[in-house]
Write a protein that binds this ligand. Sequence first.
Ligand SMILES: NC(=O)c1ccc[n+]([C@@H]2O[C@H](COP(=O)([O-])OP(=O)(O)OC[C@H]3O[C@@H](n4cnc5c(N)ncnc54)[C@H](O)[C@@H]3O)[C@@H](O)[C@H]2O)c1
Ligand SMILES: [Zn+2]
Length: 351
Amino acid sequence: MVHANHLTVQSDPPYPVVIQPGALADALLPFFAARDFSRVAVITNTTIAPLYGDALADQLPNSLLITVPDGEQYKTLDTIREIYTRLLDGGADRSSVVIGLGGGVIGDMAGFAAATFMRGVAFVQAPTSLLAMVDASIGGKVGVDLPQGKNLVGAFKDPLAVVADTAALKTLPDVEFRCGLAEILKAALIGDPPLLDHLMQHGPQPVEHIIERAAAVKIKIVEQDRLEHGPRAFLNLGHTFGHALEQVSNYTWKHGQAVAVGMAAAVRLSERRELCPSGTARTVEHALAKLDLPTRYTGIDPARLWDAMRHDKKWRDGAATFVLLADIGQPVIVRDVTRAEAVDVLESLRE
Ligand SMILES: NC(=O)c1ccc[n+]([C@@H]2O[C@H](COP(=O)([O-])OP(=O)(O)OC[C@H]3O[C@@H](n4cnc5c(N)ncnc54)[C@H](O)[C@@H]3O)[C@@H](O)[C@H]2O)c1
Ligand SMILES: [Zn+2]
């Protein structure tokens, strides 16, 4: 792959993560020009197709553009079935490749289609949202939702490459950009203290720099724990509280915003337990504010949030699993958080 600077995920086999403005034209097209796939299926949605999908498909050899509706509500087996049909109608076979061009919803679905179509075809991630660039496109987890819950069906499917064209971020809605920043801050808190300093001093610029640093944190974690038995759980900092807030609010809270409040809660709890130095919670709340992310919520009874947390699929054997911080950059898993503690912390963040 042609690129100025890239990261590598040491998987089996290793794959590059290219992060640069213009990467679709400068890295993705040359990659395919040098290879011979029977079909290059670009899977995208109705928002991304007119922005980037049509132009990309026009320039790729043997291309096939598959456009699905935009939204998490379409991350379903019904859409996957539609994708299989379109692949077959378009002449795709075992020597074809699937490119997921879009946010995390598209990446997860395109990857799942690639993992299963004809028992698996080659796959490339072309993330266009900030969240997908730093999180969803890396690590090989792909899948779809069921009516019973999110991401309940899936597979591990490594891509041949991740190609993040940062120029695409100019059309990303601001609220989606903020949601990506929440995951970038998360990466700083669990694995890159200098990234936190950078965010505090310079905000989210230059975006390539903060994407690269956050992606590197995720890469390091998935390299240690590809199949999610151990340290991969650290990626859930802020997510136990966050998922509850998303759910109880009926998803009027977006994931990244909910995770932002969730991180504030996790660090407050860490401080109350004297796990981390005092002042850590203040630092994290400052960082959240600096990135225009919420640190408080209104309404919702904390007891309802606790009930929602208890039904999180990550709570094995009914034990509360929280990621807390021993310090910036030092996540720890804690399994004995009590209802009283959690409700108390959540109450302190309620306006
Ligand atoms: N596989 C993993 O490891 C992993 C990790 C985290 C999240 N996820 C999944 O990722 C999904 C969330 O991803 P997301 O936050 O990217 O949401 P998303 O895919 O819904 O994208 C958010 C919105 O932004 C639009 N968009 C994306 N890029 C754009 C661009 N460049 N210009 C204009 N609009 C653009 C999308 O069309 C969509 O409307 C969830 O389904 C989640 O489960 C997966
Ligand atoms: Zn997340």
